[in-house]
Design a protein around this ligand. Structure first.
Ligand code: ATP
Length: 626
């Protein structure tokens, strides 16, 4: 490019004068003469020597010439700098969606590279992770918004005796469809130029950035997921949330389930070399299954926090997730992360019949709005073979822990469940009394217990008395919660209504259980009534269809145009021509029925469009009456 511009300048010089003109320059301007001779810009020489004869002696022309010379000089210097950069610098590109991009963005945020930025996007603080910088001078000020520099202006900064230049390009929307493969945004990129000849500086910087990134994110669990609107060909894990770490002790599971699970994962992580030497792919799959609200997702978040791993989560219920997407998204998950596939049963096409789900997003067909809507749309674009291929075929990635969750374990294919794909299954059940008691104790630490009877006496309450009261309340609470009837989430919901009031919780739980049972009965009755109504509607449609067939028969269809080219052959007395061209053979019984008698008619078709209908008229009629 630069070279091409230089050639233009040569051409212009040649046109205005000739090498001979430059030769007239002398003394002080020897240097410029030689440059112009080189480039054939003889007129510049005459301009600089004050000899305007070569170009007509016009002063404005001289000015233009001077401008051209300055422009030429500028481009020349640019060219030299570019050469220098190519020769003495290392440039690296980091693409959005790749974990290394996050490391670098975090690095430049920590290094306050963009502190002179004047162009921000401002958003209220949320769990959404943004690479914001603090604009407040006073560290005591709590900011309720996040200020994200547009990161578009190139910046130069000094890091460990090296000059580094950083530049960011915005993502673009490519392809036709914003939701399908080949379409959508392609993410932003960061270009980092280090002025050095030492290649190792780049890897040192990347390693430092990675370390810093994990230190900064330590208090949180980072969950990467994908949203339809920004899904693109090179851009999968674009939605990143920061969640507070959840202690393992906050997960309440019966017996030693949690301890065994965490020990198994720790073992796996320690044994990479053993896996390699045994020729076994270093990956492990866990399936957590059970009713909603029993702690499956919470367990995975707590484990990720404990092991300082990031979660890459994808739900098979999302309409844009198909085999290709899943394969590419999974292969871009970095080693040492947790891959979480939610609603894995969706790859096995089951229908949802619960009536409690909210309608899907009316603006985007099939768009997933929330967990409940996800369950409504059960059919996934991911096929079983695609999923199996990803789990253990060419697409399987090593050094990863894979978690799958489902509420419908029975609908999973046995092929998925075999070791190597799913190595360990953990069942989650509705809460046991033991879990209810543990939850009660988690909600009400001992210092929250204030035995009113003792307080009234005016004497100070000792820790022993508090502990005894808490034990009594726990016992009372536990006794009222039946085993395996309510999920932990439901119990948690009740306890949240009695925050800091253990006595109220212990006394109110029996009433809450009765209420919940009544509501469940009502819901069950509603669902049954709805099913009955649907059945009645289906029955009525059947009867109507049959009656219209009979009406056609009675309407004198016999003897009309023959259907199979059998011109002149009269159809049997019980044959009619239905609208789809098939021959309906109506047994005598149907005729009797058409006349009001109860019978079981048959409609037999002779081609693929035809059907056999066996309707119990007496039943249908009674249904219709109902
Ligand atoms: N075993 C548990 N221990 C601690 N908290 C729990 C447990 N089960 C449920 N909860 C609480 O209930 C809420 C929902 O739990 P979570 O999302 O983990 O359930 P889930 O089994 O993953 O549900 P779903 O199948 O609908 O995804 C969370 O706030 C969590 O704190």
């Amino acid at each position: 490019m630069i070279r091409a511009r230089r050639m233009n300048a040569v051409g212009n010089g040649g046109f205005a004068g000739g090498p001979g003109a430059a030769a007239s320059a002398g003394g002080l301007f020897d240097f410029s003469s030689s440059i112009t001779r080189i480039f054939g810009l003889s007129m510049f020489a005459s301009l600089l020597t004050g000899n305007g004869e070569g170009v007509g002696g016009n002063s404005s022309l001289k000015l233009i010439m001077l401008g051209m010379l300055v422009e030429f000089g500028r481009r020349f210097v640019q060219w030299v700098i570019e050469r220098f950069r190519l020769q003495y610098s290392i440039t690296a590109e980091f693409s959005e969606g790749d974990p290394a991009y996050d490391w670098i963005i975090n690095f430049i945020t920590q290094e306050k590279v963009w502190r002179r930025s004047r162009d921000f996007r401002v958003a209220a603080k949320s769990s959404q992770r943004r690479w914001a910088i603090s604009t407040a001078n006073d560290s005591q000020v709590i900011e309720s918004a996040e200020y994200v520099p547009t990161y578009d202006l190139p910046q130069l900064f000094w890091w460990k005796r090296y000059w580094i230049e950083i530049k960011r390009t915005k993502g673009q929307t490519v392809g036709m469809s914003p939701f399908g493969p080949g379409g959508g945004p392609s993410g932003a990129s960061i270009f980092l130029t280090i002025y050095t000849l030492d290649m190792s500086i780049l890897s040192k910087l990347v390693e430092a950035a990675k370390k810093q990134y994990f230190e900064v994110s330590r208090p949180h669990v980072i969950v990467h997921s994908v949203t339809a609107h920004s899904y693109g060909p090179k851009f999968y894990w674009n939605n990143v949330k920061r969640k507070p770490r959840r202690p393992l002790s906050s997960i309440i599971l019966p017996g030693t389930t949690l301890d065994e699970l965490i020990a198994d994962i720790r073992d796996f992580l320690k044994m990479e070399d053993w896996y390699m030497s045994a020729g076994i792919p270093h990956r492990r799959g866990y399936l957590l299954f059970g009713p909603p609200g029993t702690g499956k997702s919470s367990t995975i978040h707590a484990i990720a926090g404990e092991l300082k791993m990031e979660i890459y989560s994808v739900s098979l219920a999302a309409h844009f997730v198909d085999d290709t997407f899943l394969e590419q998204a999974v292969s871009s998950v970095p080693k040492g992360s947790i891959l979480l596939i939610e609603d894995i049963d969706c790859a096995f096409s089951r229908e949802e019949d619960d009536d409690d789900f909210a309608p899907a997003n009316p603006f985007v067909p099939g768009m997933v709005m929330g967990r409940h809507n996800q369950r409504r749309q059960r059919r996934s674009a991911v096929t079983l073979s695609g999923l199996l291929n990803i789990l253990d075929g060419v697409g399987s990635e090593e050094g990863k822990i894979f978690f799958a969750t489902t509420n419908y374990v029975d609908s999973l294919d046995t092929a998925l469940m075999r070791p190597g794909r799913i190595d360990r299954k953990v069942e989650y059940t509705l809460a046991t009394q033991e879990q209810a008691a543990a939850l009660f104790n988690r909600f009400y630490p001992i210092n929250h217990v204030t035995p009113e009877s003792l307080l009234e006496s005016g004497k100070p309450v000792t820790d022993e008395q508090k502990a005894a009261t808490l034990a009594k309340l726990t016992e009372q609470f536990m006794a009222c919660v039946p085993d395996h009837e309510f999920s932990t989430a439901e119990l948690q919901g009740f306890l949240l209504s009695c925050k800091m009031m253990p006595e109220k919780a212990a006394q109110g739980v029996a009433g809450w259980v009765a209420d919940e049972r009544r509501q469940r009965e009502e819901k069950k009755a509603r669902i049954e009534a709805k099913k009955r109504r649907q059945q009645e509607k289906a029955d009525k449609a059947e009867v109507d269809k049959f009656q219209s067939t009979l009406a056609k028969i009675n309407g004198g269809g016999f003897g009309a145009t023959p259907v199979n080219g059998g011109a002149g052959i009269p159809p049997p007395p019980n044959a009619a021509k239905p609208t789809n061209g098939a021959t309906l053979v109506v047994p005598p019984a149907a005729e009797a029925q058409a006349n009001g008698a109860k019978a079981k008619p048959a409609v037999n078709g002779t081609n693929s469009d035809s059907a056999t209908v066996n309707g119990d008229v007496s039943e249908n009629e009674s249904t219709k009456g109902a």
